[in-house]
Design a protein around this ligand. Structure first.
Ligand code: FAD
Ligand code: NAG
Ligand code: NAG
Length: 509
């Protein structure tokens, strides 16, 4: 419901793409309430090219830095119910699978968010009414836990910050359900072809007041004035048969457009053409979902096998049932430039040579197999006027270490804080959206890009293991030998929170 009493600096956010980043942003925006008008929500429309959410096996593991966003979107309890949480990760030699290093993240089960890097008060204060306006009914109910744990949550303490796991297609389904429940408009079969601005640089009114928003109709012009600033998208609407039914513009004055449309983003191309600086790795990786009994070999929740040819990751994505062993994401390296059929025919040989127990196909059950190319790329800017980019539309990295959508979700949380600050009149639009682009690019360049490259070089045997700083640090903080009873490990793991940036520190108090 839009509160017509209070003029707002923008009237609606158009999100392009119902992928994980687009849906999370929609959840955060649609949950936002201002202290001054609790009934007002930020209106959101999602435009999605497809007729349903994506079902390819991609992300499954979401790291520590993005957990605060699941908490404030109100979906953390459901993610845990439907998925699982990882404790142990181990790096191993090929063949013998001798351990080279690893850790147990159970020290992150109960972490106070207050004071952690980049976490706005609106998250750590969740539950005791001191937040920045996100409704907290789900959290205050404590997810069914009463007593001490419930009380801890009420004080914004005791959050489970371990890596959470839920295969992307299940996470998308969960987020879509929540979006529809909260009245987010989702327009399927709306393919965006281009973007544009209205009134760019022609509006001289001061920001924050939002001009005469209260006098505007949803898509009417403000009478007697020049064009209001805004952004629009050009869409092609297709029918059931895939035939184009209609081409039109959506948005315009008063609108904000967010490109959450993935690696081939039409929004990014509309701003920068083919300019997406970086490189593509000359390796292909194959992501599979496979039932196989790794427990028999005493393996960890996530395992990384370091080898130039047969490197792979095996990470648990669903617990064992009475009929199946646990389901694992097994992702492995392959030569580039073959067809999917060729990769499929090589897969039994690959598994037999690389997996523990050297299984023949009757010993496991392959559910899905998809080849991917990997990239390290970053757009020149994540913002032009009222058009913004998040997640894969803005930047790409290889998935070793799970920094892809983890970083994308962190962008989304940051952009939410920026847009909510503008909406509430607490932040200057020019300043804070400029900072959004600047700070998120900085975090990608200084942390996500180098770290993800290092992760891939390590697992693919291109790095010198003797001098490997990461494995060395893990040995130094190992609570079993030294490392201050787990305290040192905990601070290393929480060090990843450095990819976050708290934009609320730029709110005018
Ligand atoms: C094998 C593999 C494993 C991975 N594992 C992990 C992991 O464990 N952890 C992790 O953090 N990351 C992982 N990633 C990365 C992660 O999957 C991506 O970062 C993530 O899916 C990006 O989300 P997104 O919302 O930006 O874009 P997408 O997921 O690509 O979604 C974009 C959406 O926009 C729609 N769209 C596209 N173009 C248009 C258009 N023109 N108009 C309208 N709609 C459009 C698409 O249909 C889609 O629904 C992995 C990637 C791969 C390939
Ligand atoms: C809310 O929690 C914060 C952080 O623990 C605390 O400082 C503050 O006093 C609490 N406020 C109320 C009203 O309980
Ligand atoms: C794979 O194809 C790309 C693009 O055509 C090419 O640049 C690369 O050299 C090829 N790699 C191999 C190993 O053939």
């Amino acid at each position: 419901m839009i509160d017509e009493q209070q003029p707002r600096p923008f009237k609606r956010v158009l999100i392009v793409g119902a992928g994980p980043s687009g849906l999370l942003l929609a959840l955060l925006l649609s949950k936002h309430t201002s202290p001054s008008s609790p009934s007002s929500r930020i209106p959101v429309t999602i435009l999605e090219a497809s007729h349903e959410v994506d079902s390819q096996p991609r992300a499954a593991h979401y790291g520590t830095p993005c957990i605060p966003e699941f908490i404030r979107a109100g979906i953390i309890d459901k993610i845990r119910e439907r998925g699982l949480v990882l404790d142990t990760m181990t790096w191993r030699k090929p063949g013998t699978f001798e351990e080279l290093g690893g850790f147990d993240a159970s020290g992150l089960r109960d972490v106070a968010l207050e004071g952690l890097e980049g976490v706005p008060r609106g998250v750590w204060g969740l539950g005791n009414g001191t937040g920045t306006g996100i409704e907290t009914e789900k959290e205050t109910e404590g997810g069914g836990t009463e007593g001490t744990e419930g009380a801890k949550k009420k004080n914004g303490k005791g959050q489970d910050m371990r890596t959470h796991c839920l295969v992307l297609q299940d996470l998308l389904k969960l987020m879509l359900e929540e979006c529809l429940e909260r009245g987010v408009e989702v327009l399927w079969r709306h393919k965006v072809l281009g973007v544009g601005h209205t009134g760019l640089g022609t509006r001289s009114k001061e920001d924050g007041k939002g001009g005469k928003g209260g006098e505007q109709k949803e898509d009417g012009k403000e009478e007697g004035k020049g064009e209001e600033k805004g952004a629009w998208v050009e869409v092609e609407v297709t029918g059931d048969d895939g035939e184009v039914k209609e081409s039109k513009k959506v948005g315009g004055e008063g609108y904000i457009v967010v490109g959450a449309d993935g690696a081939n983003s039409a929004v990014r191309k509309g701003l920068f053409g083919d300019e997406f600086p970086g490189f593509t790795w000359d390796r292909t990786i194959i992501a599979t979902n496979t039932y196989y009994d790794f427990d028999k070999f005493g393996w960890s929740d996530a395992n990384f096998i370091i080898d130039p040819e047969n490197f792979f990751m095996a990470a648990r994505i669903a617990a064992a049932t009475s009929t199946h062993p646990a389901l694992y994401r097994i992702t492995y390296g392959e030569v580039p430039n073959l067809t999917r059929a060729q990769y499929l025919s090589r897969q039994p040989f690959k598994f037999q040579s690389m997996l523990p127990g050297h299984p023949t196909p009757d010993k496991y059950q392959l559910i899905t197999l998809s080849p991917y190319r990997m990239h390290q790329r970053c757009a020149p800017s994540f913002r032009v006027g009222r058009i913004l980019l998040v997640a894969d539309a803005a930047h790409l990295c290889n998935p070793w270490g799970g920094l892809g959508i983890t970083g994308g979700f962190v962008d989304v949380g940051g952009l939410y804080d920026c847009l909510a600050g503008v909406w509430d009149g607490k932040a200057d639009e020019e300043e804070i959206l400029g900072l959004y682009s600047e700070k998120r690019i900085e975090k990608w360049k200084e942390i996500i890009n180098p770290l993800s490259q290092e992760n891939f070089r390590r697992v693919s045997g291109q790095a010198d293991l003797e001098g490997d700083e990461f494995l060395e640090v893990l040995r130094e903080v190992d609570p079993k030998t030294k490392g201050n009873g787990g305290g040192a490990l905990k601070s290393v793991l929480l060090g990843m929170m450095g990819v976050r940036y708290d934009f609320t520190r730029h709110y005018k108090r």
